[in-house]
Design a protein around this ligand. Structure first.
Ligand SMILES: [Fe+2]
Length: 129
């Protein structure tokens, strides 16, 4: 699946409506992040902030759900969530402070990481929830 046009379909389902709906929204935000990845544009900062806020909410709900359902790799999963959040926070910190970053290499790597996380890591808890 391509990062600049990631559209949720049934193959992406983790078997839970709440989490599937979260992932649909997340894919939409990721697409908008890539579309507006012009660093000089204030819209970019806003959409990356939206990504951070949404990831915070979604990861908390997801972690709760997989822990309650006894997913055995819950802790490793939560560590990856934490690492993703800190990578997105770093992008925002740099944008706020005018620190030069390579959007194509650094930011898109992080956005792709989130997409891969949903498509590969989240799929692993599918049978548990
Ligand atoms: Fe996850």
């Amino acid at each position: 699946m391509l990062l600049d046009n990631c559209i949720w379909d049934i193959k992406c389902s983790v078997g839970n409506d709440i989490l599937d709906n979260h992932h649909k929204v997340l894919f939409d935000i990721l697409t908008r992040c890539v579309e507006s990845s012009d660093k000089s544009d204030v819209k970019y900062l806003m959409v990356v902030r939206e990504l951070l806020d949404y990831c915070h909410m979604h990861f908390a709900v997801e972690e709760n759900m997989i822990e309650e359902n006894g997913y055995p790799y819950f802790q490793e999963h939560a560590v990856e969530h934490k690492n993703i959040l800190s990578a997105v926070e770093k992008i925002i910190f740099k944008l706020y402070n005018g620190i030069p970053i390579n959007v194509d290499r650094v930011d898109k790597f992080v956005f792709n990481w989130i997409l891969r996380h949903v498509l590969e890591e989240d799929m692993k808890y599918k049978g548990y929830i």
